[in-house]
Write a protein that binds this ligand. Structure first.
Ligand code: ADP
Length: 544
């Protein structure tokens, strides 16, 4: 027998309509690429999203067509997402930090019919345009006065594009499984692969993100997503914030500590989200200037492991709760978020911190297991490391155009490529990317554990651990360290800091100090580059 409830399709443009009706005056603030800080609200954003939809419809953009966006977090970018999706087309976010050849490859693979871009990227777009085979017209996300002079064909300013369009243009009708967003993984191995979100998956994911033990986002919050909209859907925040009527503060192109802290105070931001490298520089800025975070309540740290010392700094010095999270582009992207259970509340601070440093528990809607090399499920004992597999309604079931099929098994599990432990309470700890795990004498060493401990040394700004070839043990760990400005420590100081905190056979065989560690387009340490650089390094004590 079927239930007798209404078939109300989960469509993302219903989120902006809901916000316009119930949170019309709630502010959306943008540090614009043109310079000034601009204020609008959900009511205006919804009207302008309808205009975008009308303008695209007039140009013949149809159900399933892809529209590229090369843009920062701004209100125009948010409007564009809703307008594009509202006619059943697909917003396709492009990461400007990729090499131009990679961006061109991705646009051509996705067959984008139009490209919306911020004026910051005008030169880049002019360079790309001759290579973009399917793009018919370009929309600069600005007004006529700021229209770039660059040589870009069929170029129009966004404000002209939407100017005479009806603000009440009717959304198109289609099924909730219709595609609405496309984002390519950064492709550290092989070509980038497209993850194609549906209206249903994005809407469910936004509800998951808002829930209590996730971000617990509410209408009283002011949310500043530092995480870019081109990095895995800005972790769902561009949908979650209007869903609950949270004030949205969008940092545009300026993501340095000083610019962010100006917005945190000026706009009274209560919650924010970014990768650890952003917080490293923001915390450094706070330390140097003696400034504080008077309004901030919670900060979400994810995309790479959040060091314990970072949680201590936020919570101890600034009174800001850290929510550590893990996810992937393929998961819309949030998989786990770390909050304490009731039974942990009376634990001593150090023990609480042990939990908070983990990647956290799965949100409802994320199933998770760890398996061995033969795909047999491993125990949830908090110790056994295995390949992490996931499934759920906001997890990809294949990549765009069928690429990378090997990552999905017959039961619908997606292989994350991460190695993790799970405990009986559901807490997951990432020990490594499978390709970064250090295999020493047949056992695995977690590079992430050692990195997190190393950055806990007060003189250390950043650390990376990689496996280096060893004649006896296959691989041994090398610790690569960037010191804070003006600091000097020895190899012995560094190893003394680790001693007693990790098993003796995990101790790095060598420590090297470098000026900088390379990062990927999504802010992660580029271990492939480090492995190449130190491939010939001769470890002390390693004969041959
Ligand atoms: P890409 O790096 O290709 O852009 P994602 O941004 O989707 O891909 O990154 C997903 C990967 O980032 C995960 O599989 C995991 O290896 C890593 N990651 C994300 N969050 C964390 C975290 N909190 N701790 C450790 N690793 C993380």
């Amino acid at each position: 027998m079927l239930g007798l409830m209404q078939d109300w399709p989960l469509l993302i443009h219903k989120i902006i309509d809901h916000a316009a009706l119930y949170y019309s005056e709630r502010e959306v603030v943008t540090r614009s690429p043109e310079g000034p800080i601009e204020h609008t609200n959900y009511g205006e954003i919804a009207v302008r999203a309808h205009k975008v939809a009308a303008a695209l419809d007039k140009r013949g953009i149809k159900l399933g067509d892809r529209i590229g966006t090369l843009a920062w977090n701004t209100s125009r970018h948010v409007e564009s997402w809703y307008g594009i999706a509202g006619i059943g087309a697909v917003y396709h976010t492009l990461n400007p930090r990729l090499f131009p050849e990679q961006i061109a490859w991705i646009v051509n693979h996705a067959e984008d019919r139009a490209l919306f871009f911020d004026i910051t990227f005008a030169e880049l777009v002019a360079k790309l345009a001759p290579h973009l085979k399917t793009v018919e017209f370009y929309v600069a996300l600005t007004d006529r006065a700021h229209l770039p002079k660059a040589d870009i064909p069929n170029l129009i300013a966004y404000e002209d594009f939407i100017a005479d369009m009806p603000g009440d243009f009717a959304w198109k009708e289609f099924d909730e499984h219709t595609a609405c967003g496309l984002c390519y993984t950064s492709g550290t191995t092989g070509d980038p692969k497209g993850v194609l979100y549906s209206h249903r998956s994005n809407t469910l994911h936004a509800m998951m993100v808002c829930s209590g033990d996730a971000l617990g986002l509410s209408g009283r919050d002011t949310m500043l997503p530092v995480v870019p909209m081109f990095h895995a859907n800005s972790w769902g925040i561009a949908f979650a914030a209007p869903m609950v009527g949270a004030k949205l503060v969008l940092p545009g192109p300026r993501l340095d500590g000083a610019s962010l802290c100006e917005l945190f105070s000026g706009e009274q931001v209560t919650m924010t989200a970014a990768v650890p490298t952003v917080w490293l520089s923001a915390l450094h800025y706070l330390e140097e200037t003696g400034k504080t975070l008077p309004y901030m309540k919670r900060v979400m740290v994810g995309g790479a492991a959040c060091p314990r010392s970072m949680i201590e700094a936020f919570e101890g010095k600034y009174g800001v709760e850290v929510i550590h999270g893990w996810g992937m582009t393929e998961m819309s992207p949030m998989g786990t978020l770390c909050t304490l259970k009731a039974k942990h509340l009376d634990l001593p601070p150090e023990k609480k911190l042990d939990y908070k440093a983990k990647q956290g528990r799965p949100l409802f809607g994320v199933e998770m297991k760890i398996v061995d090399a033969e795909n047999r499920e491993l125990p949830r004992d908090g110790r056994t490391m295995g390949k992490l597999k996931v499934r759920g309604p906001a997890v990809a079931k294949s990549y765009f155009k069928g690429d990378g099929a090997g990552a999905f098994d017959a039961e619908g599990w997606f292989d994350t490529g991460d190695v993790a432990t799970l405990d009986a309470d559901g807490y997951m700890t990432i020990t490594d990317r499978a390709k970064d795990v250090i295999k020493s004498g047949g056992e695995w060493i977690s590079s992430i554990d050692i990195e997190n401990l190393a950055v806990g040394h007060p003189a250390v700004a950043e650390a990376a651990v990689i496996g280096v070839r060893h004649p006896k043990w296959d691989e041994r760990p090398l610790l690569i360290v960037v010191l804070k400005p003006g600091q000097t420590i020895s190899k012995k100081d560094m190893l003394d800091h680790l001693a007693g905190k990790i098993a003796t056979w995990w101790m790095p065989d060598e420590v090297v100090f470098v000026d900088a560690i390379p990062h990927s387009a999504t802010g992660k340490i580029q271990k492939t580059a480090l492995r190449e650089r130190f491939a010939e390094l001769h470890l002390p004590g390693a004969a041959g």
